[in-house]
Ligand binder design. Sequence first.
Ligand code: MLT
Length: 269
Amino acid sequence: MQRTIGDRTIRWREGGEAQRGVLVLIHAFPLSSAMWESQVDAFAGWRVVCPDLRGFRGPDGPAAEHPGDPTMDEYAIDVEHVLDALDVPQAVIGGLSMGGYVTFALFRRAPARCRGLILADTRATADSEEGRQGRRRMLHLVDEQGASAIADDMLPKLLGATTRREQPLVEQQVRRMIEANSPDAIRAAVTAMMTRPDSTTLVGSIRCPTLIVAGDEDTLTPVSASHEMQQGIRGASLVTLPRAGHLSSLERPAEFNAAVGRFLGALSK
Ligand code: MLT
């Protein structure tokens, strides 16, 4: 699906029917809505809407537009535009890693639009100075060598040790998703991530039902970051997925979907 808003086209993939509600799932860096293939039709009674953030595209998607220089807030505004285009006033908003940063930005801007939150393999803190240095190295890498060098660099961090050992097809699939993206989209997202605000104070103001999911082999966002978020969010539940790394929804889709399904079931009682 796509809509033209102003001079830009926003794309998303979707599935399911909205008898119980709408679930938005926002992808990680440097992937696309393609990462939610196992989720898009998985929740009976829920319409699942997965936007492609500016400039990102799936391996089979149409050519993406130049992203410009978006901030995390501008990515969130795009998600709001998708909800407006679909005439959805309120939805469960979920994101994995960078998708979680966008979820925080959306909650900061429009808390009333959030019926619930799903925060997967993400963190509320901003980048540390060491983290920003890593981002600068990544900018250099993408400028010099393009998306496949980013795939080489990121894959060992994105996937858990068990997945890398036992699921070579998942690794190939994630590589294809990364390599489908333009250096411009990757550069823009790295810049948006390194300049994102800290959301630890915001976390304390979350009052809607919240599910936190973490792969127990996630080295990019260790489970301790999820525990910290859980302590800050009143009533939040935390599900740790065994044998999953950072891309827990892709590495352990059945277990991830079971956790999300239980959360959505409790919401729609
Ligand atoms: C992601 O998976 O979205 C990224 O690892 C997030 C980050 O680098 O902070």
